[in-house]
Design a protein around this ligand. Structure first.
Ligand SMILES: [Zn+2]
Length: 202
């Protein structure tokens, strides 16, 4: 009897927990994501628009309990569509109006240059020295490019869309070769409200 009660309590507890699971997105965020299908690009926010620039300058928050979330899957699909429509190498959620720690970045260092998803990304280590990366650019800053101060490599942590945890060292800051490390830093900065024009160098 005791065992049965314990089992019942465990089952009830698990049910309560799953019912109380907080939503990944607010109602407003959910509505924005569900405005289009996977093939519909988002409108990319531009710094030249006052309302947009306030959003672009706001730090984002982490995404909790995201496993198997259908809205998150649609967000990622729409971000991929947007990135490809804009011919970009990376795009972060705040650039489409969602203040969440998630971005896409192109792995120029891997065969086929796949686009990868970084959820709740962190930069855990970098060298003391920096480089001046040539011709940084941003989908949210139309018609402008400039050199930006970057770390030549970064050690990073993030989750992908399947909830798999990654810890790796990203390298590359050369336009001629690969600049995966710079793409990650550029997109990571977006989630903190920082733009490449804040880091200009000669
Ligand atoms: Zn950008």
């Amino acid at each position: 009897m005791k065992k049965l009660l314990l089992l019942l309590c465990t089952v009830m507890g698990a049910m309560l927990l799953s019912c109380n699971r907080p939503a990944v997105f607010s109602g407003e965020e959910e509505a924005l994501i569900r405005q289009g299908s996977a093939q519909t690009p988002f409108r990319v926010l531009k710094i030249t628009n006052t309302q947009d620039s306030i959003i672009l300058r706001t730090p984002c928050s982490d995404i909790g309990n995201f496993a198997n979330d259908t809205t998150l899957a649609l967000l990622i699909a729409r971000l991929k569509t947007t990135l490809s429509a804009e011919n970009g190498v990376g795009i972060a959620a705040p650039q489409v109006g969602l203040l969440k720690n998630i971005f896409l970045f192109m792995r120029l260092d891997l065969p086929g240059a796949p686009v990868m998803v970084a959820i709740n990304p962190k930069i855990t280590n970098h060298p003391d020295t920096t480089v001046c990366f040539v011709r940084d650019g941003c989908l949210s800053i139309p018609g402008a490019s400039g050199n930006s101060t970057r770390y030549p490599w970064v050690e990073v942590e993030y989750f992908n869309e399947k909830g798999e945890f990654f810890r790796e060292r990203l390298e590359g800051y050369s336009r001629q070769d690969t600049f995966t490390a710079v793409i990650f830093q550029h997109e990571y900065d977006h989630t903190r409200g920082i733009l490449f024009i804040d880091k200009l160098c000669r």
